[in-house]
Write a protein that binds this ligand. Structure first.
Ligand code: SF4
Length: 69
């Protein structure tokens, strides 16, 4: 029996997302792996804001918490 592994596509907002402006360090790699290119992509709060045409708060994180800036 063959297993078909479907490659997950990256988020459509990846190249114009606040997340990548907010983080200057490698800590953003966690968020990218988990959300932007990972299994939790559809649960991302930034994405929800964008999908509804809302302005995304600068310090909003994919899990809905806010980064202190
Ligand atoms: S943080 Fe959310 S909206 Fe931004 S690229 Fe990643 S999954 Fe998409």
């Amino acid at each position: 029996m063959h297993t078909i592994i479907k490659e997950k596509q990256a988020c459509i907002y990846l190249d114009r997302c606040n997340l990548h402006k907010t983080f200057k360090t490698n800590s953003k790699l966690f968020w990218i792996a988990t959300y932007c290119t990972g299994s939790k992509q559809s649960a991302c709060m930034l994405r929800s804001y964008k999908d509804y045409g809302c302005t995304v708060p600068e310090n909003l994180l994919p899990n809905g918490s806010f980064l202190e800036i």
